[in-house]
Design a protein around this ligand. Sequence first.
Ligand code: TRP
Length: 450
Amino acid sequence: MSKERGQFSSRFGFITAATGSAVGLGNIWGFPTQTASHGGGAFVVAYLILAFLLAYPALMAELIIGRHTRHNMVAALPQLSSQPLPRLLGKVTGLYGVLTASLILSFYAIVAGWLMAQVPAAVADISGQSPAKNWFAQSSLARDGLFCALFSALTAAIVARGVKDGIERWSTRLMPALILLMLGLVATVLTLPGALEGLRLYLIPDFSLITDPALLTSAMGQAFFSLSLGVGTMLIYGSYVSKSDNLPLTGAYVALIDTGIAFLAGLLIIPAMFVAQHRGISIYNTDNTLIAGPDLILQTLPELFNSLGVAGGIIGLVFFLLLSIAALTSSISMLEVPVTFTLEQFKLSRRRATYWIATTIFILSLLILFNFDALFTTVVSVSTQYSQPLLGVLLCLFAGWALHRDKLLREISAGFPAAEQSFFWKIWPGYIRFICPLLIITMFVQNISS
Ligand code: TRP
């Protein structure tokens, strides 16, 4: 078994792949737009706190279970216990995770398709092809379906190549490109008039907002989504990590880079909104709240780019390229979840499993596209607002209660010999058993009841 299983070739390979998974539309689209709709700096502060208080410990739970069992979530969780009930619960939780990962991919591929279409739109614009530009830039069933198909095919092509030659290779190519493009864009936008006002909204928190339950639940959901938690993505990536890696440290790098890039994206988009306002583009809705969501990314920002002439065209091109790359290194990690499950459960070849699963999920995406108003937001909220936190709780409980303390310590000590004396070992096991699940459930209930 272990001979056929892929493994990342190095710690660097794992870190790029895991941050590739973590850094995606959640960071560059989700985080800034949520910040815009929750009053700026206060959301940023709440997010940073929750990312390290809740998301990082939950990430560690997944990585540790994954490396310990070396299996996909459905096979991994039952292995943690010898009692029939937890084993059954493990299996059900695993299947729920696989299903949720597939649902997330089905809407993620649609959104990624919208963004990818903006790349040829920008090229057509720069070269003065206005009818072509309009076709690519504006939503239609044909355009959305085509680009969703293209994005899904790219995702499948990488996953079919396996862990080292597909996922790791493409993540190490794409992630540095992403960071460079982002830094370039931030530097450019911050020099434009109006940027300072955005910077102020972004960086100076209004602490009176920070106890707002809606803000806190959104920040928690955002942190879970951004670190790809709950559905077994990080569990699978953990199962490809070598025993000689220091997991708590490696996990901390992933959380830090992910949070850092979300922060950087906010530094780009919030100031860009105010640059747009400075140029006469409206950035407020009729009820005086800041524009957020698709309107911000697909209308306000392109309007801003347009108003900046040729330079704006190039900035727009780079921006949407960046989003497409970020989406791709994330979508491969989602597809990897159902693919590894089918591959290990039904002994299919990786190629065949990828083909079947990717096709099924694409059909799901088409179903959503054809019934957009009825299905899109429902699928998003069922999978991310409800299922992800719930699965997060279950995974914490499995790591904390089902995995024996000695085994846990042995797993962490592999690659981290001083683990037993570490701060991590003193805090984390108790934390993951009680505090994490309680905090998540409290926020979850609050969210449902409001
Ligand atoms: N974290 C990614 C982002 O921020 C999305 C993602 C990848 C994801 N894998 C996941 C989200 C698994 C939830 C579950 O865009």
